[in-house]
Design a protein around this ligand. Structure first.
Ligand code: 13P
Length: 325
C-alpha cells in the first residue's frame, strides 16, 4: 500500500467522514454576521476552536479541512490547529484553491483559480502538518450551461492540482461540484454529473494522477432547488450510486459527498440510503460543511454560554452521519 493510499483509506474508513471547516474568509464572515457575531479573525478562530474541540469528534470524523487562515492560527493552549488535530487523532486537510472566478467567454460560469505557486505552497503545508488537500470546482446547470469550455477548464485545473498534491505527498480531495441552484430535474443533474465525472477521470488519467491516492468529493444527484420535482430519498440514492458506478473507477478508495445546501437531516438520510445499494466498489462517506456545522453555528451565536449546546449540535450530526454509514 502506498503512503497516499494509506492516508486516503484512513480518511474514508471506519464509518468516519471529513468535516469541511474551510470556508473562505468572506464566506465565514458572512455566516458569522448572519448569527450576530462580528466578523474578525479572532472570532473566526474562536468558532473554529469550538468546532475542533468538540468532545469525541475523532470517533466520527477522520479529517478536518482548514482554510489557510485557520491553518496558521492557534488554539487557546498555544498549539497550532494542525498540531492540535494530530494530537486528537484527526488528519489535517487544507483548502488550496483561491476561489472560483468568472470564466472568460462564459460570464455566468466559473473557473477555480490557484495553480500559480501551488507547488511551493503545498510543500509548506506538508511541512506544517497537512496530510490532504481540497480544491473545489463549481459547475452551473442552466439552459446553456454547463458549456464544454467550463467543464474542460475546471477538470483540467482539478487534475493539475491533484498531480501537484500527490507529488508533495498530499492526498487531493477532488471536488467537482455540480450546483443545486436552478430549476433543473434530477435527470438533468444526472446527465451533467455523468459528463463532468467522465471528463474528470479522462483528465486525471492524462495528468498521471494515481486514483488510489485521491478522495472524490462529488455532489449527490438531486433535483435543482427551484425544481417542482421532489424525488424520494431512495430515488436520489439510486440515481447517485448509478451515476458513480458508471463513471468512478473502483481503484478510487473513497467518495465523500458535499452537502451542497441540503438540510442536515436530508443529507444524512441520502447517505444512509446509499449504503444499502450493495455492492459498492468504494467507501461512500461524507465531507459535509453546512450539514455538519450549520446547527452548531446556529446554537452558538457567539455566546460562550452556548458553547456546550453548539458542540452537542455538531456531535449529533457527526454521530448521525457515522451511523448512516
Ligand atoms: P457543503 O457541505 O456545505 O456543501 O460544503 C462542502 C464543501 O466543502 C464545499 O466545498
Amino acid at each position: 500500500m502506498s503512503a497516499l493510499n494509506k492516508i486516503a483509506r484512513t480518511m474514508v474508513s471506519d464509518r468516519r467522514g471529513i468535516l469541511a471547516a474551510d470556508e473562505s474568509i468572506g464566506t465565514m464572515s458572512a455566516r458569522l454576521e448572519k448569527v450576530g457575531v462580528e466578523a474578525t479573525a479572532e472570532n473566526r478562530r474562536v468558532y473554529r476552536e469550538l468546532i475542533v474541540t468538540t468532545p469525541r469528534l475523532s470517533e466520527s470524523i477522520s479529517g478536518i479541512i482548514l482554510a489557510d487562515e485557520t491553518f496558521h492560527q492557534k488554539v487557546s493552549d498555544g498549539r497550532t490547529f494542525p498540531e492540535f488535530l494530530e494530537d486528537i487523532g484527526i488528519l489535517t486537510g487544507i483548502k488550496v484553491d483561491t476561489g472560483a472566478k468568472p470564466l472568460a467567454g462564459s460570464p455566468d460560469e466559473k473557473i477555480t483559480e490557484g495553480l500559480d505557486g501551488l507547488r511551493e505552497r503545498v510543500t509548506d503545508y506538508v511541512r506544517l502538518g497537512a496530510t490532504f488537500a481540497k480544491w473545489r470546482a463549481v459547475i452551473t446547470i442552466g439552459e446553456d450551461e454547463p458549456s464544454a469550455r467550463a467543464v474542460r477548464a475546471n477538470v483540467h485545473a482539478l487534475a493539475r492540482y491533484a498531480g501537484l498534491c500527490q507529488e508533495a505527498g498530499l492526498v487531493p480531495i477532488v471536488e467537482p461540484e455540480v450546483l443545486m441552484d436552478g430549476d433543473h430535474s434530477l435527470e438533468r443533474c444526472r446527465q451533467v454529473t455523468t459528463a463532468v465525472l467522465e471528463s474528470l477521470f479522462e483528465e486525471l488519467d492524462l495528468m498521471r494522477v494515481r486514483l488510489d491516492g485521491i478522495v472524490l468529493k462529488p455532489n449527490m444527484v438531486v433535483a435543482g432547488t427551484g425544481s417542482p420535482e421532489r424525488p424520494t430519498v431512495d430515488e436520489v440514492a439510486k440515481a447517485t450510486v448509478e451515476t458513480l458506478r458508471e463513471t468512478v473507477p473502483s481503484s478510487v478508495p473513497g467518495i465523500a459527498f458535499l452537502s451542497g445546501g441540503q438540510s442536515p437531516e436530508l443529507a444524512t438520510r441520502h447517505l444512509g440510503a446509499m449504503q444499502k445499494l450493495d455492492p459498492l466498489p468504494w467507501e461512500l462517506t461524507y465531507s459535509f460543511g453546512r450539514a455538519l456545522v450549520g446547527p452548531a453555528l446556529e446554537a452558538w451565536r457567539g455566546d460562550e454560554a452556548n458553547r456546550a449546546a453548539a458542540q452537542n449540535a455538531l456531535s449529533e450530526r457527526a454521530v448521525a452521519n457515522a451511523a448512516a454509514r
